[in-house]
Design a protein around this ligand. Sequence first.
Ligand code: XIL
Length: 361
Amino acid sequence: MRKTVIPLVIWYSLALITSCKKKPAAEPQQFITLQSTASFPMGSAVNSPRIKGSYYYQGTLTTEYNSITPDYELKFDWTEPQNGVYNYTDGDFLVAFAAQHHIRVHAHNLIWHQALPNWVINFQGDSVAWENLFKTHIESEAAHYKGQVASWDVVNEAIRDDDGTLRNQDVNPGDGSIWRRHLGPDYIARAFQYAHEADPQALLFYNDYGQEWNSVKLDSMIALVVGLKNRGVPISGIGMQMHIDINADNAGITTALKKLAATGLKVHISELDISVNPGNDPNIVFTSALQIAQAGKFQFIAETYRATVPAAQQYGITTWEFSDADSWIPAFFHRKDWPLSFDSLYKKKPAYYGLLKGLKD
Ligand code: XIL
């Protein structure tokens, strides 16, 4: 068979034409996620069985978020269920998981009037014995996680809603603090000092709720943290939980963020979720109008956080879990609700896109 010879000049022309027709090399795809969009860490509360049990959960978490807050694994009733019997297994799992995935750990929490083990609730002792219990708890847990967590909620929810004074079990047995009762009003300063001595690198936060709707509580919280700061107590930041609903007052959110930022401390939106059923309607349907209202509120919060808190003080935005399937609200308040950015099948909701928009526009 005769070989067809293509003259060199035609060959080059053909090569040129085909190369001109070639599509330009594809631009590397920018994979848009919450963490790649935000200029500060994006966090979620997590729970260790969910990480172990679901690839949807784990995949969404590691793709979208670069900060975690353990839901229950570091609370007192879990870490020391009996006096002197420590249980750090689940917390250790979470910090190892976070290290493997380059995720920041915001530890929660050291001192709270809830999630106490029975041996603490029933503890009998004088003020020296109580101080020893308190100090030992803070020091042993903070020392255990030294170098493995970035920060701690040292004291959680110490302030009352009605008058802004410190919760005190003597005054209000149902909702009071065992710590204030046995340790006096300055226990908060000492909690920060003990935590700092045990883990000097960790950033230390006071964490609470209600700043956006309760100006008495907000002002009293600010007086507390500014007082600590001015005395040289090692406090780095304030956590604004923000368990809110779609009717939350935007002006209240803005005022609270401005006032918290004016303290000069870091500000962490630490437990955000946006309920769509605050009225506890058993027949509620999650309509598109509700979805859109929720998305708008997420967007507003991210925009307002960026606009009111200086960059150096932005510790991040953390939602309390990320999928409606895993929110604490339906179980805790016994109602239907859809408070988070992903639906119960881990699909992005309008709320997700609202949050994303608020992080960049
Ligand atoms: C919640 C947990 O998510 C629930 O699973 C538990 O039943 C109650 O506590 N403020 C806090 C968190 O600081 O620790 C709480 O977490 C939600 C309210």
